[in-house]
Design a protein around this ligand. Sequence first.
Ligand code: NAD
Length: 476
Amino acid sequence: MVSCNRGAVVSNVRCIGAGYVGGPTSAVMALKCPKVQFTVVDIDSKRIDAWNSDNLPVYEAGLDDIVRARRGVNLIFSTDIDNAILDADIIMIAINTPSMEKDDRLGAAADLRGIKQCIQRIAQVARHYKIIVERSTVPCRTGDIISNILRENCHPGVNFDVLSNPEFLSEGSAIRDLLYPDRVIIGGLDGTEGAQNVLRSIYSRWVPEERIVTMGLWSSELAKLASNAMLAQRVSSINSISAVCEAVGADITEVARGCGLDARIGSQFLQASVGFGGTCFHKDILSLIWLSESLGLRDVAEYWDQVLKMNESQMCRFVRRIMNEVEGSLEGTRIAVLGFAFKSGTGDARNTPATQICNQLLRQGANLFIYDPKVPDEQIRDNLAGELDSRESQLHICHNAYDAIAGSQIIAILTAWKEFQAIDWVKAHSQMIQPAYVFDGHRLLDGLSLERLGFHYASVGTPSKGGSKYPNHILE
Ligand SMILES: NC(=O)c1ccc[n+]([C@@H]2O[C@H](COP(=O)([O-])OP(=O)(O)OC[C@H]3O[C@@H](n4cnc5c(N)ncnc54)[C@H](O)[C@@H]3O)[C@@H](O)[C@H]2O)c1
């Protein structure tokens, strides 16, 4: 039970959607509010079974310990959605909002069907007042859609307040982000101040007051889309400069440092890579493009579209670079792919750059030996299924880095897992076909040391030895 400063009492918080957001968020809340009962429900019974097992469906450092401590105490995972709705004081909606089919010019609207279905159910089942909290990333003014569905379908006399409370966690550091958030945004329309205070009273158990920010509902919804768009834009910006670095002989780490020391720019999120992935950046930019186009803001839509194009081009450039440096066909070449998750610290491979890069390498006839410490084998196979029809024999999934490396001629680092830094590179070199290449998509390794061992080393954002293509005429 949590009392807020207006005297309202919260005993039961429910979360609909037991995914990467719903599970970890509810677990951290349950940890910090031991007197409140949290129930996480989902239509996917396999996912709920996994949350109730020792093999959680989401990998995040620290998550297992929290779930183990709170599960069965004040944290329950269940498929009984109606019962969860009935006694809830607060219902958080953390359902996936994937992109609808993409239109080349218009971007793609977010698919809100899951959210609408679940709001309909809440309206039909609820018998007393509830606070409905949007935790999913949704287009601006989704709050209107939710309020209308509730109003049109609820039992007489049952009222709701709708709030927006977007989640800003980053996969790979989700628990840290939830425990120490930069900010918690609570958005609501005029008249929902009481409900905003109730939600604030939950967060104030562990988040400093100055970090809990209230604002209008539409601003809160848009702040989440805009944050993701700006983060993705930063990745594309530094990656665009990495292409210039490779051509002129500059070093992207030095350039990023030179930029990041300017306090207005800041140093975070300036690491060049093979590009961004995951479920959020791409879909949220598509949603922003859709919104902008729908509002007749063509220039705005085109501006954000370019961030996506840059990301695609970075992945293609990585494959082209492998082909250029090896100077020959990749047909039959054995490549050790180290890392498949869209980033380190997570087993999530949804929309990972590795899918596109591996597909292109398979198309070139390469034999891929893929190792990722956390991504399940079947996920890797699912991601590459489209390309595999006639190429099944080119794909091999390994369960440690050395199995992937031994007998390969090329290593491609596609996820920045720290454990790759601890590889015994002398041993690795001795087991590879010569000349041995390392293509480092995350600037994770010490290139000089590898070159001393005899590797050809190339990383995103630095030209290979003798590889700068600076054309003299530019200075003439
Ligand atoms: N993954 C992230 O890092 C992250 C971070 C911030 C925000 N978000 C946003 O949060 C939302 C959820 O993301 P996620 O990664 O947790 O998604 P997810 O796919 O991992 O989980 C969503 C869950 O919702 C369930 N679901 C779908 N429809 C349902 C329904 N009608 N009733 C009950 N359950 C239903 C699905 O079965 C699934 O288990 C998305 O809008 C996403 O953009 C994600």
